[in-house]
Ligand binder design. Structure first.
Ligand code: ZN
Ligand code: ZN
Length: 392
């Protein structure tokens, strides 16, 4: 009996620590709690559900490390930990829960999934994170030789890099190119990567009633981009004398070059429309919806149509600031000279400079607004750096 009340007080302290966001207290008290961590509060909620609702990634991770059951809970409206994570708007928390086996299709008492709840409260990034999730096993399947194969399609060291690449929510082609360059192993093995993506697409389309057309299209789309970058790499090989260009830079320059009106990205649009046209499953609803949208009287940019299809949301057209290079939401930096464009970082600014430099000189002759040195990238400094690069 005494033991019981001691347990209760430890459990209560755990809930308190989560409510207060006190990580140190939480770690200490969790260490004292030796038994199963799937205990409930008076509302039938587990500690994991509370931590998810608070959007506290560290606490969620610690509980999962202690074996917390991601699908446990007795909440009266059947909310799962993933529902709470979705409401918190913390995409990292949702990803941890999904990795631990949370069921994205589980519904609450009013028939809503976690992703629908996230959409309901406007957590669009979280919606996309949940909808774009796939278990690692889907990728690792290709790292094991099948049937008569002596060699697997995918070397095992590429399983995690490819999984990470597929989970990415920002589907802007330049962001994907940057991801390919940043995640080690991918760019060098672009041919294998694009082939496995095509196989994932085919597998997804042959699941019968479980087919996820959107995911199948995403695989096709990623494969198409990877193939294009692989082609750029191939073309570069013979030129031994010529200075080797950064592949991502070549790709970005091709896609970001404005059309005749100086604004619309005609080349990107053509490139992406070709991608949609090459989708091999033309009978499916997803394909029809995209074509209807792209052939309408005043069609939206192909990038918006694709983003809408894959992420189920408005694409790169809102009042939210986007990186001018890669479409990342709410980028951290501004061009220090004109302050009219935003970028993720210096790399994105560098890739955009060939277009932006004219507009920048024009705009910066207008009186500058108050600046924040921390978030600004000095255009003059960058320009000098680029000159050095060229000379070098
Ligand atoms: Zn960017
Ligand atoms: Zn500027």
């Amino acid at each position: 009996m005494e033991q019981k009340s001691e347990d209760n007080s430890v459990e209560k302290t755990i809930f308190d620590a989560i409510a207060q966001g006190d990580l140190d207290l939480f770690k200490n008290i969790l260490a004292q709690h030796k038994s199963n961590v799937d205990f409930f509060d008076e509302n039938g909620m587990t500690a994991l559900q509370h931590a998810a609702y608070k959007g506290n990634k560290d606490m969620v991770q610690l509980l999962l490390d202690r074996g917390a059951d991601v699908n446990s809970g007795k909440h009266e409206y059947n909310y799962t930990a993933l529902h709470f994570g979705a409401l918190s708007g913390n995409s990292d928390v949702c990803k941890l829960l999904l990795d631990a086996g949370a069921q994205p299709t589980a519904t609450n008492s009013v028939g809503r999934t976690a992703s629908q709840m996230a959409a309901f409260v406007g957590n669009h990034h979280t919606v996309a994170t949940i909808n774009n999730f796939l278990p690692r096993a889907e990728v690792s399947y290709y790292s094991v030789p099948q049937g008569q194969q002596t060699e697997a399609y995918l070397p095992s060291f590429l399983v995690d890099p490819l999984h990470k690449f597929v989970l990415g929510v920002n589907i802007h082609p330049v962001r994907l190119a940057l991801n390919l360059q940043h995640i080690p192993g991918l760019l060098e093995n672009a041919d294998k990567i694009s082939k496995v993506l095509e196989m994932l697409c085919k597998k997804e389309m042959t699941r019968g009633s479980d087919t996820n057309e959107v995911m199948a299209f995403k695989y096709h789309y990623l494969s198409y981009i990877v193939r294009e970058i692989h082609n750029i790499r191939d073309k570069q090989k013979p030129s031994s004398e010529e200075k080797k260009h950064d592949i991502v830079e070549v790709f970005a320059k091709k896609l970001l070059k404005p059309g005749k009106d100086g604004v619309s990205l005609d080349l990107m649009d053509t490139f992406l429309k070709d991608c949609v046209r090459e989708f091999p499953y033309r009978e499916c609803t997803t394909f029809h919806q995209m074509v209807t949208s792209l052939t309408s009287k005043d069609p939206p940019p192909a990038l918006s149509v694709i983003n809408c299809t894959i992420n189920g949301q408005r694409g790169f057209v809102d009042a939210i600031p986007y990186c001018s290079t890669c479409g990342e939401e709410k980028p951290a930096k501004k061009c220090s000279k004109c302050k009219s464009v935003q970028y993720c970082d210096r790399e994105c600014q560098r890739l955009h400079w060939f277009i932006h430099k004219k507009a920048c000189n024009r705009e910066s002759s207008a009186p500058a607004t108050a600046s924040n040195a921390k978030t600004n990238i000095d255009a003059g400094e960058l320009s000098a750096e680029l000159k050095n690069l060229m000379a070098g």
